[in-house]
Design a protein around this ligand. Structure first.
Ligand SMILES: NC(=O)c1ccc[n+]([C@@H]2O[C@H](COP(=O)([O-])OP(=O)(O)OC[C@H]3O[C@@H](n4cnc5c(N)ncnc54)[C@H](O)[C@@H]3O)[C@@H](O)[C@H]2O)c1
Length: 101
């Protein structure tokens, strides 16, 4: 699969779980790690540097980027619903990371 047909993914939240998603996307033939996003710039920049992708510090900027096809929501639970609704309204595909019990 070439890059043109790959899905451009941005990981939202670069805490404990975000980097695991970044690694999984990097290992996928169908997806391209386009960027990572965290409100803490040092977290976004460190992960972006590791994978050679863009660092975002604003969720709104990610949603406004038309080249972003899909987002993985790896932020704390209380943000999930609002972020998912906003992402769907912006036409993004969504992968939501929750803890199963
Ligand atoms: N840690 C685990 O072992 C584990 C396991 C399974 C599932 N999960 C789930 O994964 C999700 C994330 O958990 P975690 O442990 O990685 O949390 P975490 O607190 O380590 O990381 C969350 C990150 O989101 C960032 N963030 C907060 N608000 C943001 C915003 N508006 N925009 C962008 N980034 C923002 C924070 O700065 C932080 O870096 C949770 O829903 C959690 O339940 C965690």
């Amino acid at each position: 699969m070439n890059k043109m047909s790959q899905m451009n993914v941005v990981i939202i939240g670069c805490g404990a779980i975000g980097p695991i998603h970044a690694e999984a996307v990097t290992n996928s033939d169908a997806a391209h790690l386009y960027g990572v996003c965290d409100i803490l710039p040092e977290r976004a920049e460190a992960l972006a540097q590791r994978y050679g992708c863009q660092a975002f510090t604003s969720f709104a900027q990610v949603l406004a980027d038309e080249d972003v096809h899909s987002i993985h929501i790896c932020t704390p639970h209380y943000l999930h619903a609002e972020m998912a609704v906003q992402a769907a309204a912006a036409g993004k595909q969504i992968v939501l990371r929750s803890r199963s019990r």
